[in-house]
Design a protein around this ligand. Structure first.
Ligand code: CMC
Length: 431
């Protein structure tokens, strides 16, 4: 018999046996799906702190130990040896590709990089100073109006084509968002370049002057994209899953994930970190901002610090911190004052009782913005960069969910705390 967990009502002594599910690694989960039917009870867990919303075989995190693995492979090994498209193949298909599989995958992705010519016109309809994330949400959502040929979500081949299209077109859309904001012509992709090199070309080439991406920039971007590619059931991935659970098309689902990612508590943090560092301005102001972050009456938080799951260190931040040194010295920017300020702020916070007690450590986004800044990516594009990488995780989770025979529409319940029943009062009698 499967292991069970018994819940007891302390008032009535009534008990209920709940089935325990074992994963391959990590904590077990108590199945409560029958709780309402059998006992009329709901589980209450705001923020889903102790709730496993699904089974997944894609990414494993142990927040206490600072472990992150994609399909079983430690993030440190992937960061040291792999590149973004190889990791994309791994996340989507479950295995690292063989040489021929990787060549084929790269070829498929590079041949889906163009967007429809009429879609290029969309960008001109946005206000000149629109935030690129707002443009991206709209344009990615609109992809479904172009690809009716692959919208049968129950057909595995259709799901695969949609995944390829999304991964391939995100850099093209992202670069077009940027080009619109600087009133430059939108560049076509170049399929002889690799994924990151092609993105840099579309960002910085103009029709009158090619941009030749350098190796440091390409390597840095590959690393950042690998680190951002997936992170199990975070807010945006859960949004994609919930949107997809109703049978919505993949482009609409990924657009909803981009919207969720934009928030400063999630992917918007990398932009917020740079804005914060600019506001702090100088090491002499650090104490003032640390005090603000600790003040419960002040909404200010130290951006790039803290994580729902990591309570010891964020393994991505450890990797990225090292990369920061390398990129800044290779790009002859090793006196970057922003980096100096970030290091000092980190040191002060890590030695402060408030941050120690609450186990608040720098997360991946504390340093990613500094690297993007060194690569000349504008601050309002940082979260867009995150979205390009996370698209791989989103489509992997979306496909996994749709292929799951147990999949049902996601429909959380609530603990109702509003008014009890009352009678309608006509407007002339209301006080
Ligand atoms: N600065 C100051 N205090 C903080 C911070 C911070 N960055 N983060 C958490 N706290 C405090 C919080 O006020 C609370 O204190 P108390 O127990 O006295 O009420 C305690 O630490 C626990 O915080 P919480 O808000 O309950 O934690 P959470 O798990 O709900 O939130 C978080 C996690 C990442 C949203 C939060 O730490 C935060 O807002 N950090 C800044 C934004 C950020 O860097 N986000 C990027 C996350 S990593 C990239 C990604 O995956 O998207």
């Amino acid at each position: 018999m499967a292991d069970t967990f018994t819940l007891t009502n302390n008032n009535t002594g009534e008990t209920v046996d709940l089935q325990l599910h074992e994963g391959t690694t990590g904590p077990s989960a108590i199945e409560i799906s029958t709780l309402y039917k059998e006992k009329g009870l709901l589980a209450y867990d705001p923020g889903f702190v102790s709730t496993a919303s699904c089974q997944s075989a894609i990414t494993y995190i142990d927040g206490e130990a600072g472990i992150l693995r994609y399909r079983g492979y430690p993030i440190e090994q992937l960061a040291a040896n792999s590149n973004f498209l190889e990791v994309a193949h791994l996340l989507i298909n479950g295995e690292l590709p063989t040489t021929s599989e990787l060549i084929k995958f790269e070829e498929i992705i590079s041949h889906h990089t163009m967007i429809k010519e009429s879609m290029r016109n969309f960008f001109h309809g946005f206000h000149y100073n629109a935030h690129p994330m707002s443009i991206m949400i709209g344009v990615v959502g609109s992809l479904s109006s172009f690809y009716h040929d692959s919208l049968d979500i129950h057909d595995p081949r259709h799901r695969e084509i949609s995944a390829h299209r999304l991964i391939a077109k995100m850099p093209t859309i992202a670069a077009a968002c940027y080009k619109h904001s600087v009133s430059e012509p939108i560049m076509y992709p170049q399929n002889n370049l690799d994924y990151c090199g092609n993105f840099l070309h579309m960002m910085f080439s103009t029709p009158c002057e090619p941009y030749i991406p350098n190796k440091t920039a390409i390597d840095a971007m590959n690393l950042l994209f690998i680190l951002h590619a997936d992170h199990e059931q975070n807010a945006s991935t859960s949004t994609v899953r919930l949107a997809g659970s109703s049978g919505a098309n993949p482009f609409a689902c990924i657009a909803s994930g981009i919207a969720s990612l934009w928030g400063p508590a999630h992917g918007g943090a990398n932009e917020a970190v740079l804005t914060m560092l600019e506001e702090i301005g100088d090491v002499s102001n650090i104490d003032k901002y640390i005090a603000k972050a600790k003040d419960k009456n002040d909404p200010f938080r130290l951006m790039g610090f803290g994580h729902r799951v990591y309570r010891n260190f964020d393994p991505r931040a450890t990797i990225i911190r090292k990369m920061c040194h390398q990129v800044l010295s290779n790009l002859a920017d090793n006196n970057n004052p922003m980096f100096e300020l970030a290091m000092k702020l980190e040191e002060v916070a890590l030695n402060d009782e408030y941050f120690i007690e609450r186990k608040l450590y720098p997360n991946v986004d504390y340093y990613s913005g500094i690297i993007y800044r060194a690569l000349n990516i504008p601050t309002n594009m940082f979260t867009v960069m995150f979205a390009i990488a996370r698209t791989v995780g989103w489509v992997a989770h979306w496909s996994e969910m749709i292929a799951d025979p147990m999949q049902r529409i996601g429909r959380p319940r609530q603990l109702y705390v509003g008014a009890t029943e009352r009678d309608y009062v006509s407007i002339d009698k209301r006080k």
